[in-house]
Design a protein around this ligand. Structure first.
Ligand SMILES: Nc1ncnc2c1ncn2[C@@H]1O[C@H](COP(=O)(O)OP(=O)(O)O)[C@@H](O)[C@H]1O
Ligand SMILES: [Mg+2]
Length: 175
C-alpha cells in the first residue's frame, strides 16, 4: 500500500501497514472478500493547509481474517477504521463491505450498516457518565436485533458485580 500520509506542509510519517498476503506457495483457497477498498483517500481541509491522512489505499479483508492495523501515531489508522466502520466517508476512492457501498451510502444507510454489522471498541470508551454500567450496555441492546441480555454480556466479561456502578467508578480496564 502506498504511503498513507503525504505532502507538505504536513511532516511525513511512516504509513500504517497491513500484513502481507500469504506466500505464493500457500495452497489456493477460495476466500470471500468482506471488505474491499480501492484508491481510498481522505484529505482534511484545515483552511491554510490540507492533511492527506490516507492516499490511494487498496485493501481487501477476507471472511474469517483477524487483522491488526499497525502504524505510527498519525499514520491514518483511525481514519481508515472510521471509513470501514461507516463513521466517515472517504474524499475519493471506494470502500465496500460485502454488498454495502460505504462510499455513496446515505446517513440512514450508514446508520443501519453500523447497527447491523459493526462492533466498535473506541479508544475513549464513549460511555454515558450519568448512566450506570447496566444502563450503558442496555442502550446498545435497545437498538440491536436479537441482543444478548445486558446482564449476561456483563457477566461474561466479569462485570456482574459492577452493574450499578457509574463509569467514573470503574477502573480504566473495566471501562
Ligand atoms: N478531523 C481531523 N481534522 C484534521 N486532521 C485530522 C483529523 N483527524 C485526523 N487528522 C489527521 O490525519 C492524520 C491521520 O490521523 P489518524 O487517522 O487519527 O491517525 P492514527 O489513528 O494512525 O494515529 C493525522 O495527521 C491527524 O492529525
Ligand atoms: Mg488512532
Amino acid at each position: 500500500m502506498p504511503n498513507a500520509l503525504a505532502t507538505t506542509p504536513v511532516a511525513a510519517k511512516p504509513a500504517a501497514t497491513v500484513p502481507a498476503a500469504p506466500a505464493e506457495s500457500a495452497p489456493a483457497i477460495e476466500r470471500a472478500a468482506v471488505f474491499t477498498a480501492k484508491g481510498l483517500a481522505k484529505t482534511y481541509d484545515m483552511g491554510e493547509f490540507r492533511v492527506h491522512a490516507l492516499m490511494d489505499v487498496d485493501l481487501t479483508i477476507y471472511k474469517g481474517e483477524f487483522i491488526v492495523l499497525l502504524g505510527a501515531s498519525g499514520s491514518g489508522k483511525s481514519t481508515l477504521l472510521n471509513i470501514l466502520g461507516g463513521l466517515d466517508r472517504p474524499s475519493s476512492g471506494t470502500a465496500q463491505f460485502a454488498d454495502h457501498d460505504l462510499t455513496h451510502a446515505s446517513d440512514d444507510e450508514l446508520t443501519l450498516y453500523r447497527r447491523d454489522h459493526v462492533g466498535f471498541v473506541f479508544q475513549f470508551y464513549n460511555l454515558i457518565p450519568s448512566l450506570t454500567v447496566r444502563e450503558n450496555v442496555e442502550l446498545v441492546t435497545d437498538i440491536a436485533k436479537d441482543p444478548m441480555l445486558a446482564l449476561e454480556a456483563l457477566t461474561r466479561v466479569g462485570l456482574a458485580e459492577r452493574v450499578d456502578h457509574f463509569p467514573s467508578q470503574l477502573s480504566g480496564g473495566e471501562q
